[in-house]
Design a protein around this ligand. Structure first.
Ligand code: ATP
Length: 378
């Protein structure tokens, strides 16, 4: 049930009584709590209040992070998005999206789905100085948390060798969700020493050759892709490397039956557009085709063999926390997300932090394979 306090705020924000009732009935808005801070989370969109929007009170409204359109043909995608105008090219860092804001005197980190994440909220102080929010209480820092020790992703970018890091890529206003221009954001990152995604510079469509080379290099280095942004942040599109498409397929194939078929087909089609745009043939085409085939088949076959041996399909991951309590809060948080995750080990590190190992069991994938091995006909 959503309390009357939040319903009144929604009415003031222009959401009609009828809409509020429908949202509540369908579970599109959910009231939640973190460390005594109550908030309303949007699982569905309602007008400008996008999915992932979080409302704390009338003044503290943090809009959901918008969808970034994807181009699959780099040349035409750039032409349509930017015409002859300049755009910034930044790295698309492979991690999870967080919006960081100060609310009721506490700095909180909110995930894309609109949850305050206990782990990210605890660790964000390692990357973002409190000073920034003292000077700018009305701004939100948006960035990617990425690294090998992450609660939500199996892998991180190749240059984060341990633990996790925050990389800023957007600064937005509370209430409107309006982004600061790229240059202002870069100035903020510099002034406050906030780590930022790599910026490759300003380009126009005449620099296509250089951009193709950049994509090749990022792909070779095992990096995810690029995000192209007009200096005023009004036009934004993303493009991912062939490496990322194949790597996602490899990670997904391990838990094949947990994912919608679109997860695989969309990545295969992006790869096809890359091959077509670059006119790849002969050896380079064969190499990609082999990589794709192996990425799709090998992990799935391994899963089948594991289940045959009586094992569950499971994933083990680690995170570093300052207080053990944070790890337990994560277990409750995972439960809220409907995930079957438990703590299997806690180890004290020399710097006073704790490394916590979690195990996630994929029961749907395990039981589907078990039945198929057992001769299920369909
Ligand atoms: P959607 O399609 O709705 O954007 P998605 O999760 O499928 O959601 P992704 O393909 O992961 O989208 O790409 C968008 C995400 O990329 C952003 O939400 C953000 O977290 C991440 N990202 C990483 N680096 C950047 C960057 N430099 N600029 C913008 N977003 C970035």
């Amino acid at each position: 049930m959503v309390s009357s306090k939040f319903k009144e705020i929604l009415l003031k924000l222009g959401v009609s009584q009828e809409r509020i009732e429908t949202l509540e009935m369908k579970g599109g808005i959910v009231e939640d709590e973190f460390d005594g801070i109550r908030y309303l989370r949007f699982k569905d969109s309602a007008g400008k209040l996008r999915r992932g929007t979080v409302i704390f009170n009338e003044r503290e409204v943090i809009l959901g992070f918008p969808h970034i359109k994807r181009v699959v043909n780099l040349e035409e995608g750039i032409r349509r998005a930017f015409k002859n105008r300049e755009f910034y090219v930044e790295e698309k860092v492979d991690g999870y999206n967080v919006r960081v804001a100060k609310v009721n005197d506490k700095i909180v980190a909110i995930t894309r789905g609109g949850f305050i994440c206990p782990f990210t909220t605890e660790r964000i102080a390692d990357f973002v100085p409190e000073e920034f929010f003292k000077d700018n209480p009305n701004l939100i820092l948006v960035g990617e948390m990425a690294g090998p020790e992450s609660p939500y992703l199996v892998e991180g970018p190749p240059y984060v060798k341990e633990d996790i890091m925050f990389f800023l890529f957007d600064v937005q206003e509370k209430g409107t969700g309006k982004s600061l221009p790229v240059e202002e954001r870069l100035k903020i990152a510099e002034e406050y020493g906030i780590p930022h995604v790599e910026v490759f510079g300003k380009f126009t469509r005449n620099d296509l050759g250089e951009l193709y080379e950049l994509i090749e290099r990022l792909s070779r280095e095992g990096r995810e892709g690029i995000v192209m942004k007009s200096p005023d942040m009004k036009r934004i599109v993303k493009y991912v490397t062939p490496f990322a498409n194949i790597n996602d397929i490899r990670i997904g194939a391990r838990v094949f039956y947990e994912l919608p078929p679109g997860y695989f087909t969309s990545r295969i089609s992006r790869l096809a557009f890359y091959i077509a745009e670059k006119r790849l043939k002969g050896e380079s085409l064969r190499k990609l085709a082999e990589d794709l085939g192996m990425a799709l088949l090998q992990p799935l076959v391994e899963s089948i063999l594991d289940v045959e041996q009586g094992e569950d399909i499971a994933e083990v991951f680690k995170i570093r926390v300052k207080k053990i309590e944070t790890a337990y809060k994560m277990v409750t948080h995972f439960e809220k997300l409907g995930l079957n995750i438990e703590i299997v080990d806690i180890e004290e590190l020399s710097n006073g932090m704790w490394r916590v190992t979690f195990k996630r069991v994929y029961s749907d994938a395990t039981s589907e394979i078990r039945e198929l091995i057992g001769g299920k006909a369909f």
